[in-house]
Write a protein that binds this ligand. Structure first.
Ligand SMILES: [Zn+2]
Length: 234
């Protein structure tokens, strides 16, 4: 069907798979891959050892992709040929992703007013965010699917005692509110970073030189987060 030595092409590969996916041909090809070509058990062992800290991961910045990485990146390497481009291309992707990140804005005082928004929309909002219920200007942000924070803020507003964990989240919400009050749109952008909490965001925002530097700092913070724990938590 496919001649030995044929040059792999993603589209054609996909087409062939679509055409034959229900046939024994594809079944056999997959069987051959998983049983003969891929070392699944070996890979599993190595991943487990990394997870158990028996194998240390070391992050190295390089200017060229390794021989092992090249085939994986065959359709992207042409754009990433020089180190200057690596940064630019990655930062563009990071920026695009951050702009699409969803947030839940909440009044940090009363917890009644809330608004779902993506980072890119925040910029277009009127400058001063004010809660229409309590007229508070302390607006905090959390991840989109966080339904607890509203309840915690409302509980506090009714002068009910917060648990230790609730208190921690409440304090964090106020830190975030003050970042948004001071840094506006940039605060929302930085907080869009994967694993970027209030303290990391504060550091990045205070050290901000220009937009590009900010995106680099966010990317670096995400990388650190993934390296230390985020990856295994998922
Ligand atoms: Zn309010």
């Amino acid at each position: 069907m496919v001649e030995r030595g044929s040059i792999y092409d993603r589209k054609t590969g996909h087409f062939i798979y679509e055409q034959y996916q229900t046939t024994p041909l594809v079944k056999e090809a997959l069987r051959e891959l998983f049983h003969d070509k891929f070392d699944l058990l070996g890979t599993d062992k190595i991943l487990t050892r990394i997870k158990n800290n028996e194998i240390q991961i070391e992050w190295i910045d390089v200017t060229k992709f390794s021989k092992l990485a090249e085939p994986l990146l065959d359709h992207t390497t042409k754009y990433y040929s020089s180190p200057a481009n690596v940064d630019k291309a990655i930062l563009d992707e990071v920026k695009k992703r951050l702009l699409k990140t969803k947030h839940r804005l909440i009044c940090a005082r009363c917890g009644k007013w809330q608004l779902a928004i993506v980072t890119g929309e925040f910029e277009k909002r009127p400058k001063k965010l004010i809660c229409k219920y309590c007229k508070g200007r302390q607006i905090t942000a959390t991840y989109y699917s966080d339904y607890d924070l509203v309840k915690i803020i409302q509980k506090n507003h009714k002068s009910k005692k917060l648990s230790l964990e609730e208190n921690h989240k409440f304090k964090r919400a106020w830190k975030v509110a003050s970042l948004i009050e001071t840094f506006g749109n940039n605060a929302i952008t930085v907080l869009s970073g994967y694993g970027v909490g209030a303290d990391t965001a504060a550091r990045i925002l205070r050290n901000m030189v220009d937009e590009e530097y900010m995106y680099k700092q966010i990317y670096e913070a995400e990388r650190q987060y993934v390296m230390t724990r985020g990856f295994w938590d998922d």
